[in-house]
Write a protein that binds this ligand. Structure first.
Ligand SMILES: [Zn+2]
Length: 425
């Protein structure tokens, strides 16, 4: 049951009141994609430009061009080159940034393929990428002036794989467009892929807040086949020839399933307009991964597949933090306990006023004891963000904490709802 405050806040989401930009003054309804390599160590990184691509569709809102959430360790900013005015921005996370927190990153340097997209500019723009430090302070990592008429911008036709829009709620700018990409499905398995997408999206729409906003989603799938079925499992010496080159054992964690071939992911996604990339991996092994405004991967046929899909969607769609702490991760001190994290569903209590304080009932103690009387209540429970001490979460349980189905806490539900509204208004 929602509290009065919850309803009130939902009526006035945080992004209202921010001056937005007139789309048609600055942009055309197609995509400019910037591919680059990010390379470095645990404490340093550089961005190396690769190339620009023109892609035929733009799936984002035409009204909400400026990011108002502040999620993510990175930020893309696009500025009018004549007057420096900010005309597009988005926060995002990357696999490289997760790798920087592993022990390996303190010993060697590595390079990762990355990419950002923006609506196609009409005039020359300044594109900047900023990265945050552990105190979450931004510094500029990359800048480049881009003339949209530059003849080096790649303009090949998109790949010719068949596409289907299996849920149609209307135009891409007024709806959340999810593109599902098949990984490790052969040409003969495309009917299975379509059935799997239908199963996963039915699951998503049976969870709140997605049930309430089902008519705000378009579901697309691209029938891009792999040569072989399945995915790489390095720990078992299993290697498969697949379209996205995904693998288990990312950062040597068996269940962490990702792909480092982000340009291949973008190539397939470019066949349709999209806001979010969902990759289904054709395997029954347990695993998955989700990175904010990057992609999410889920396995197709494990008994927990549907749960994993919605959990990872929480990461990739709204930058929800993991609320668990007693589990195997590769990350060293992922959060700085002297800094308030940007994720909405965890707090270090450094600046709790900016978090879910307004959702607490008067008689809830802070911190809130893990006592059964507080089950189902919004509180401030210690343990979350991979740490048992010093980080707090909003609810005893949540789908971002454990394998509990259709159980996003009130704070996570509100964050998901705010993002749906942002992308559809
Ligand atoms: Zn939650």
């Amino acid at each position: 049951m929602r509290s009065f405050f919850f309803v009130l806040l939902s009526v006035f989401p945080c992004f209202q009141g921010i001056a937005q930009i007139n789309f048609s003054t600055h942009f055309e309804q197609k995509t400019l994609r910037l591919d680059y390599i990010q390379a470095g160590t645990a404490n340093s990184s550089e961005i190396y430009f690769k190339e620009l691509r023109e892609e035929p569709y733009w799936g984002g809102s035409l009204n909400q061009l400026i990011d108002t959430f502040g999620y993510g360790m990175y930020k893309l900013e696009v500025k009018d080159s004549l007057n420096g005015k900010l005309i597009y921005s988005r926060g995002f996370n990357t696999l490289f940034q997760e790798w920087q927190t592993t022990i390996e990153a303190s010993k060697i340097s590595r390079a990762f393929k990355e990419s950002v997209i923006m609506p196609y500019p009409k005039n020359t723009v300044l594109v900047e990428i900023y990265a945050r430090d552990r105190k979450l302070k931004y510094s500029k990592l990359f800048e480049r002036y881009i003339n949209p008429k530059d003849y080096f911008i790649h303009r090949e036709n998109p790949p010719s794989w068949p596409v289907q829009k299996i849920v149609n709620s209307g135009s891409p700018d007024k709806n959340v467009d999810l593109v599902f990409i098949p990984e490790g499905y052969t040409k003969a398995e495309m009917d299975k892929f379509k059935n799997d997408v239908t199963r996963f999206t039915s699951e998503l729409f049976s969870w709140q807040p997605f049930t309430e906003f089902k008519n705000k989603f378009n579901i697309w799938l691209v029938e891009a086949p792999s040569d072989e079925s399945g995915t790489d499992i390095p720990g078992d010496s299993i290697w498969k020839k697949t379209i996205l080159n995904s693998n288990f054992y990312t950062f040597d964690i068996e269940r962490y399933l990702t792909t480092e071939d982000y340009w291949a992911v973008r190539d397939v996604a470019s066949c349709v307009p999209y806001d979010q990339i969902c990759i289904l991996v054709n395997t029954d092994k347990y695993g998955g991964g989700g990175i904010y405004n990057f992609y999410n991967l889920s396995v197709s046929d494990n008994e927990y597949s549907e749960y994993v899909f919605v959990h990872e969607f929480g990461h990739s769609f709204t930058c929800l933090a993991d609320e668990y702490y007693a589990s195997e991760t590769a990350y060293n001190e992922y959060y700085d306990l002297q800094t308030e994290p940007y994720e909405v569903n965890i707090t270090t209590l450094v600046n709790f006023d900016k978090k879910w304080k307004s959702l607490l009932e008067d008689d809830i103690p802070v911190p809130t004891p893990a006592d059964s009387v507080y089950l189902g209540k919004t509180g401030v429970f210690e343990g979350g963000g991979y740490l048992a001490k010093g980080i707090y979460r909003p609810s005893m349980d949540c789908s971002m904490k454990s394998q509990s189905v259709n159980n996003f806490c009130a704070v996570c539900q509100k964050a998901l709802e705010d993002m749906i509204r942002f992308l559809t208004e």
